[in-house]
Design a protein around this ligand. Sequence first.
Ligand SMILES: C[S@@+](CC[C@H](N)C(=O)[O-])C[C@H]1O[C@@H](n2cnc3c(N)ncnc32)[C@H](O)[C@@H]1O
Length: 284
Amino acid sequence: VIRALPSWRSLWRTTRERTGDEVITRRLIEEASGLEGGALVLALDEPATAVCVLDLDEMLQRYEAGEPLQHILGHWGFRYLELVVSPAVLIPRPETEVVVDLALAELARLGGRRVADLGTGSGAIALSIASETTGVEVFATDSSHAALAVASANLSALGRKVASRVCLFEGDWYRALPTHLAGSFDVIVANPPYIAEGEWSALDDLVRLHDPRQALVAGPSGTEAIEAVVGGAPEWLSSHGSVVVELAPHQASAALTLASAAGLEDATVLPDLTGRQRVLLARR
Ligand SMILES: C[S@@+](CC[C@H](N)C(=O)[O-])C[C@H]1O[C@@H](n2cnc3c(N)ncnc32)[C@H](O)[C@@H]1O
């Protein structure tokens, strides 16, 4: 029996029924059709190809099985970049975009030329900073080999001019960096793991089952990684350089204590776009 292939309009309707969400429906239809905006509107009454229908159904089955949309699409937007994402990396979050804003503002204030992004994951912070500046060198590290492979894929998509200013290093926080760079970073930025071991089981399934545990859990207290990044900053920052670290709102006062214990100055915690205490800024 030869059955007529459905139009994109009817696929949109069945996808909307299966997901119950208009935004997710649009993203899946865009992915399956390879079209967006006006081109997709013009194609709505065209029949989809058999391959597209199968692709869409496979994505819907993954969505219904509880996979995050970002993993199903295999890419996600962060600031001006469209990044490859996989289960090896944290899905880039909107609150981290504010961390980049602050790092860029500090860099501009200092007229800085060298940045370290510790725990780079997909490369979201490092690659945004490199692509939104000129002449700034970015050193990005991660202890996860698999995460660095994703960062490397994202780096290659940036084009030679930007990519030539970014270096990736594997290893534990500052130990990953070449020692001769100590004292030379104008800005050190990190979105480190900041969840306590005891908080892990209470996390939403979408996060707990799909983001890497190593990207989320810092240790028994949750502040271990913040402490490693802040504690090492004085040795690696240039004079007057700044450290910018994402944290959970309830960690604000602990982070200020860590900054003062490290001998850093002007320490303050700034809010994200929803007004929650979210980013430690401190200066050498
Ligand atoms: C919260 S994720 C942030 C990823 C990315 N920077 C972002 O903002 O989307 C934390 C990252 O730190 C890395 N990480 C965890 N422990 C580390 C360590 N000891 N040294 C270096 N990186 C580490 C994880 O692999 C993960 O990629």
